[in-house]
Design a protein around this ligand. Structure first.
Ligand SMILES: [Zn+2]
Length: 64
């Protein structure tokens, strides 16, 4: 069974864990848990971070 990447909708994915997959196009990791998909990205040191698809809600940009 192939998993489609939730980010790019591509199929360049590989299974790396029980419910964990990796997209070679986006270089993101995503996990499928009871129908929910959580996406993570890896930084240069290999730390897993929550993937932010649209960072338009930023708290680091207060009103001037
Ligand atoms: Zn992808």
């Amino acid at each position: 069974m192939e998993m489609t990447c939730p980010v790019c909708k591509g199929r360049s994915t590989g299974k790396i864990g029980q419910n964990t997959f990796y997209c070679w196009d986006c270089c993101v990791e995503f996990r499928v848990d009871e129908g929910r998909v959580s996406v993570f990205e890896l930084d240069e040191e290999g730390t897993v971070l929550p993937f932010q698809e649209s960072p338009d809600e930023t708290y680091a940009n207060p009103e001037a």
